[in-house]
Design a protein around this ligand. Sequence first.
Ligand SMILES: [Zn+2]
Ligand SMILES: [Zn+2]
Length: 441
Amino acid sequence: MSAPVKCTTHPDELAGWQCRGDCKAYLCPKCTAQLVRLYTCCRCGGPAHRLSVPRRSKGLAHWIGVAIARPLKMFPMFALFVLLLGGIAFVDISSGTPEVHRIATIVKLALVTVYALFVVDAAAHGAPDSRTPLRVARALAAVLFVLAPGIVYAYFVGVPGAAAQHDHAMWLFGGLVVAYVPVALAVAVSEAPMASLMNPFTMFEVAWRLGRTYLGTLVVVAVLVAAAVSLATGGSASLKQSVPTPLVGDAVAAIPWLWSLGALAAMIGLLTYVHGDRFGWGHTAEYVEPLYPKMVALGARKLADRSSAAAGMTGEITRLDAAERADAGKLDDALRTENAARAIKLYEGRATWSAAAVDDRKLVAIARCAVRVKRLDLAERLLDDAVARKGRSCGQAMLALAQLHGDSLGNADRAAALYASIVEQFAGSDVAKVAAKKLAG
Ligand SMILES: [Zn+2]
Ligand SMILES: [Zn+2]
């Protein structure tokens, strides 16, 4: 980054936003207003966006720090797993039978795997969301896919250190797994297609593309694995002795190595969080951080002037003449039967329509027909008209207009601004709920 950008209006203040409306100014907190998750420029009322930096512009050291702090960020989950692992260790040790020990080991392994996968996913997405369980299942499938040959081999031939003490093939396989699993997990939680998940060539290609980043991550992960293993075997024993209460001691002993495991899982998830676009997942523009994450918009929103257009239209009820009444009847039929092409033809068949024949509710319906027959210009005109009338369907019209801009005209900023004003003007209504959901998504 070169010299920080300053506010256009206040040259002494740092700019955290830029106007995307008419004035294109750089904006400080006082010059920016916030509504739900949308920012607007206080100078011209147009939409504003946060200035951001690519996540990858922050070095490996920064992300290692983030990974180490990650288990603390998910503290309730961390505490739950510490308690569970402590409880299992307690049952295991106090029973002392080999059967219980075997079951305890399997349960512990399963718990540790689930915990690690959840942390990978949370780190990859910033926080767990509703699709987390699905992605965790995908990650599990990806890992089992690569581990399956090893498990089969170990079952029939033996594990290194036991029956197959000097089995080079097994060690080679182990090395391959260590290099493969992190990238497989990172891709699995990225919602990339399932087919690429089961394709080792895709994985190695991604690892290759990440290059030094991946190598760096592998080294950090290896160090943390070593730390977790040594803490789980040696370190926890002394820690346990320092806490005399049995069950609490077992739980406390699990803290250091589970933390280490969480940090390494976060390290893997951060590959996706920082470099997901390089896996072909999402656009590079999404992999950014706010330039000043703690900056809060303080300005008051400037309202766009939208009173003049509608003046005179409302209240003025014209008596329909017979011809218009007949045309209106046909138009109603076309709308009722959802014959979009016919509705548009009938609507355009008359030079003018009185507000009594085509009210704002009908304008919205005709606009929907126009969208269906790909007459987007007409749809926009009709909806603008419907909004300007400020009738009972004004909210519906604004919602349809926002959808038209967002979904069909590729005008995301205008759509966002419209959703924001719907939320503001029709607070508590159904249209506001839909608009708020659109803004949040
Ligand atoms: Zn502006
Ligand atoms: Zn300013």
